[in-house]
Design a protein around this ligand. Structure first.
Ligand code: MOS
Length: 704
C-alpha cells in the first residue's frame, strides 16, 4: 500500500452522499420500505392540564383499517427509573400512556394504528377523548424570578468569584439591563419518524436521530431490554438541531410493534413537532457590568431565567455563556428555572450561549457606549489570561485575532461611533459587532477500520450526519490517517451495531468521531506490512478513545468568533434589513472548508432569524401556541438574508489528534447581538427584547 501522507483534511470536498441526496436515492427514515408495515398516528391532548377521564375507542376500532388504539389503560409499561446517556433521568414525556395525567397542551394521550397512514390519521382525528380539565399556568415572564429555583445541570447553576456588590460600588460605570428572548422552535425540515419491528428476538428501529447509541440506550432502558438486543439505524437525517433524541414517536412505534407483532411506523406532523420535538425556552436575563472609566471590568453579573415543564427539569444555561468570556474581579452567574404547564424544552442549537450571548454581548456594547470606547477595544481590554472564573489555562484562545481579522475585512476602522448619524434615503444605517464562543468538547467513541482485499478501506463508526457533512469530514480524516486518497475510503455511519459513539450534539460529534477514526486508522496503517496479503474478510482494527479522552488535561476549551453586521432601519415602517454580515471564527482545524463554511453561515442565519423574526407565542387561555406551523412561526427566508461571509483564523487544537474543536454551534453565538448592536448604531435605540419586530422599532422611535 501507499504510505504517502496526504492532505485531504483542509481541502474542500463535496458531500460523499450528495448525489444520492439530490437524486432521491438517499432514503430518509419514513421512506425505508418494510413488508407488512402498519402506521401509527399520535393523538395529542386538547387541554393544557388535567386528567384523561376516558378514551372512546370502540367507534374508532370499527373504522376501516384500524388495528389498535393504545392509551393509558392498555399500553405496555415502561421503566423510567434510570439515568440516560447524558447523566440525567429521562424526560417523562417519553413515558407514553403510563397514567391519566396531562402535563401540557399537546401531551400524547393515544396512538391509533391502522393499515395505512391515511386510515390512522382519519381514525386519530375521530377519536373522542374526555378530559377532566384543571387550571393551567403557561405565563413566563421576568417577574417569575421570585418563584424560580436553581438546579445544577451539566454546568453548575451558580458560579461566584469575588465580592460582586463591592466591585459594583467601586465601579465608575455600571450597566444594569434586562434582556428577554422568546420561545423558539427548531423544527428540522425532515419530521421525526421511526419504524420499529421485532426481528429474530431483536428490536430494530429505523429512525431519524442525532445518535443511535443514545436512542438505542434509552429504548433499552425504557423497555427493560438487553442493550445488545436493540438495534437502531439512522442513515440520513434531514436536520436535528438538538430536537432529535428520544421522543414520543420512537416509543410509540416500539409499543405498537410489540403489541401487534408487526412493523409500525410513527411520523410526527409538523404541528405535533411544535409540542413534542422540544424547543428553546424563553429567557429573562439581567446583566450587571461594573467597570473603571477605561472600560476594565470590575464586576460581571449574569442571571438567566428559563421555563421548564412539570415533568422534566431542563436548564437553558444562558448565564453560563458569561463564565469564560471576560476578565473581571468579581463574577456572579446563575441560571434559574420555573415550572409551568408547558412542553419540556430541550437543547436547541447553541443552548445557553445563543440567548446568553445576546444579553452579555448587548451589555458589552452598552458599556462601550457609556465609556466612550470602541466595542472591539473594550473586549480586547478585558481579555482574560486564563479562565476568568476557573483560573484554568485556555487550550487556545484566538478571540482577539478574530476581531482583528474581522475588523480589517468588514471595514470597521474609522467607524463613527455616534448612533443615528447615517442616513441613505429612508434608511438609517448602522454597524455592530459581538463576540462568540462555544465549548469545545470531546467524548469517548469507538470506531472500526477495515483494510479490504481490493485495496479500499471501510470505516464503521456510529456517527450521525444530521446535514453537517460529518460523513464527508470523516472520509477526509480517515484518508489522511490511512495515507490514501479519499476515493479508497468508504465511511459507514448511523448504526448502533457499530458500537458506542458520541451523538451529533454539543458541537462535539465530528471531533469525537474523528479522534476514534484516526486512532483505528493509524493503528491499521502501522500494522499493514507493505505488500502484505489481505484476506478476503479484510483486516480490521478497532479503537476506543475513552482512555485518551479521559486523560485530557483540565483546560478551558472553547471555539471563539467575532460577528459583524450592517443593518438598515426604516424608522417609518420599523423594517430592519441586514445588509451584510461577516463572521470570523477560531474554531480549531477546519476539516472540510466547503461544509464548514456552510455550517457557520447557517448558524449566522439562525442568529439573524433570532434577532429579527423568531417568536413562538403561547396563548395563556388555551396553553397552546398561536400558529404552530411553519406558516405561523416566522423564520428568516431567503429574501431576509444578505450576502454572508464566514471565515476563520488558524487555530488548531493542540490536544486533539486532528486539531479539531467543533463548529456546529459557535456560528450562531453572538450573531443576534451583533444585529441588535447595529440596530442601536443605526437608530440610537437599544432593543433588549427579541425579536426586533417592526412594531417594536416603531414604538421605540429613533433618534432621527
Ligand atoms: Mo445540539 S443543540 O447540541 O444538537
Amino acid at each position: 500500500m501507499t504510505t504517502a501522507t496526504r492532505d485531504s483534511v483542509g481541502t474542500a470536498h463535496t458531500r460523499v452522499e450528495g448525489r444520492d441526496k439530490v437524486t432521491g436515492a438517499a432514503r430518509y427514515a419514513a421512506e425505508v420500505p418494510f413488508a407488512e408495515l402498519a402506521h401509527g398516528w399520535l393523538v395529542l391532548s386538547t387541554v393544557a392540564r388535567g386528567r384523561v377521564r376516558s378514551v372512546e375507542t370502540e367507534a374508532v376500532l370499527a373504522m376501516p383499517g384500524v388495528l389498535a388504539v393504545l392509551h393509558h389503560h392498555n399500553a405496555p409499561r415502561v421503566d423510567t427509573d434510570y439515568v440516560g446517556l447524558l447523566g440525567v433521568p429521562p424526560d417523562l414525556t417519553v413515558a407514553l400512556f403510563q397514567h391519566d395525567r396531562v402535563a401540557h397542551r399537546g401531551w400524547p394521550v393515544a396512538l391509533v394504528v391502522a393499515e395505512t397512514s391515511e386510515q390512522a390519521r382519519e381514525a386519530a382525528e375521530s377519536l373522542v377523548v374526555h378530559y377532566e380539565e384543571e387550571p393551567h399556568d403557561v405565563a413566563f415572564c421576568a417577574e417569575r424570578q421570585t418563584e424560580a429555583y436553581t438546579r445544577d445541570s451539566h454546568a453548575p447553576a451558580v458560579v461566584r468569584k469575588g465580592d460582586l456588590e463591592a466591585q459594583l460600588a467601586a465601579s465608575a460605570v455600571v450597566v444594569d439591563a434586562e434582556y428577554t428572548t422568546p420561545e423558539e422552535h427548531h423544527n428540522p425540515m425532515e419530521p421525526h419518524a421511526a419504524t420499529a419491528r421485532w426481528e429474530g428476538g431483536r428490536l430494530e428501529v429505523v429512525d431519524s436521530n442525532q445518535g443511535t447509541t443514545w436512542v438505542a440506550g434509552e429504548l433499552a432502558s425504557l423497555f427493560s431490554l438487553d442493550p445488545a438486543s436493540v438495534r437502531v439505524r439512522s442513515e440520513h437525517v434531514g436536520g436535528g438541531f438538538g430536537s432529535k433524541g428520544v421522543r414520543a414517536h420512537q416509543v410509540a412505534a416500539v409499543m405498537a410493534a410489540t403489541v401487534l407483532q408487526r412493523p409500525v411506523r410513527v411520523v410526527m406532523t409538523r404541528r405535533q413537532m411544535f409540542s413534542l420535538a422540544g424547543y428553546r425556552s424563553p429567557t429573562a436575563q439581567r446583566v450587571r457590568l461594573g467597570a473603571d472609566a477605561d472600560g476594565r471590568l470590575r464586576a460581571l453579573e449574569h442571571q438567566s431565567l428559563n421555563q421548564t415543564s412539570t415533568v422534566y427539569e431542563f436548564v437553558e444555561p444562558g448565564a453560563a455563556a458569561s463564565r469564560a468570556m471576560y476578565a473581571a474581579d468579581a463574577h456572579h452567574t446563575v441560571n434559574r428555572l420555573v415550572r409551568l404547564d408547558v412542553p419540556s424544552p430541550t437543547w436547541m442549537r447553541a443552548p445557553g450561549e445563543a440567548p446568553g450571548s445576546f444579553a452579555l454581548e448587548s451589555a458589552l456594547d452598552e458599556l462601550a457606549e457609556r465609556c466612550g470606547i470602541d466595542p472591539i477595544e473594550l473586549r480586547v481590554r478585558n481579555e482574560p489570561a486564563a479562565g476568568p472564573v476557573s483560573g484554568l489555562p485556555f487550550s487556545s484562545r484566538n478571540l482577539v485575532a478574530c476581531f482583528e481579522e474581522g475588523a480589517r475585512r468588514f471595514g470597521w476602522s474609522g467607524r463613527d461611533p455616534r448612533p443615528g448619524a447615517r442616513r441613505e434615503g429612508r434608511w438609517l444605517i448602522g454597524t455592530g459587532t459581538a463576540a462568540a464562543s462555544f465549548p469545545a468538547g470531546v467524548m469517548p467513541s469507538t470506531a472500526a477500520v477495515t483494510a479490504e482485499a481490493d485495496g479500499t478501506f471501510t470505516v464503521r463508526i456510529n456517527a450521525a450526519d444530521i446535514g453537517t457533512g460529518a460523513r464527508t469530514a470523516l472520509t477526509l480524516v480517515a484518508a489522511d490517517a490511512l495515507g490514501v486518497p479519499t476515493d479508497r475510503v468508504r465511511v459507514r455511519i448511523g448504526d448502533s451495531d457499530f458500537g458506542p459513539a458520541m451523538i451529533a450534539g454539543g458541537s462535539m460529534g465530528t471531533r469525537s468521531w474523528a479522534w476514534a477514526v484516526t486512532a483505528a486508522a493509524g493503528e491499521l496503517r502501522q500494522s499493514l506490512a507493505p505488500g502484505a496479503e489481505i484476506p478476503p474478510e479484510g483486516i480490521t482494527v478497532r479503537s476506543d478513545t475513552a482512555e485518551a479522552v479521559g486523560a485530557l488535561a483540565q483546560k478551558e476549551r472553547h471555539s471563539f468568533g467575532a460577528q459583524f453586521a450592517e443593518v438598515a432601519v426604516d424608522p417609518a415602517t420599523g423594517e430592519v434589513r441586514v445588509r451584510r454580515m461577516l463572521g470570523i471564527f477560531a474554531a480549531g482545524r477546519i476539516v472540510n472548508p466547503l461544509t464548514a463554511r456552510n455550517q457557520l453561515v447557517g448558524g449566522m442565519i439562525w442568529g439573524i432569524s433570532m434577532a429579527l423574526h423568531e417568536e413562538a407565542v403561547r396563548d395563556r387561555a388555551s396553553g397552546g401556541l398561536y400558529g404552530a406551523d411553519l406558516a405561523g412561526y416566522h423564520v428568516a427566508a431567503h429574501a431576509d438574508i444578505p450576502h454572508i461571509e464566514a471565515d476563520w483564523v488558524d487555530d488548531p487544537d493542540p490536544d486533539d489528534p486532528v486539531g479539531i474543536k467543533g463548529i456546529g454551534e459557535v456560528g450562531m453565538v453572538g450573531a443576534a447581538a451583533a444585529v441588535a448592536n447595529a440596530v442601536w448604531h443605526a437608530t440610537g435605540v437599544r432593543h433588549r427584547n427579541l425579536p426586533i419586530r417592526p412594531d417594536r422599532v416603531l414604538m421605540a422611535g429613533g433618534d432621527a
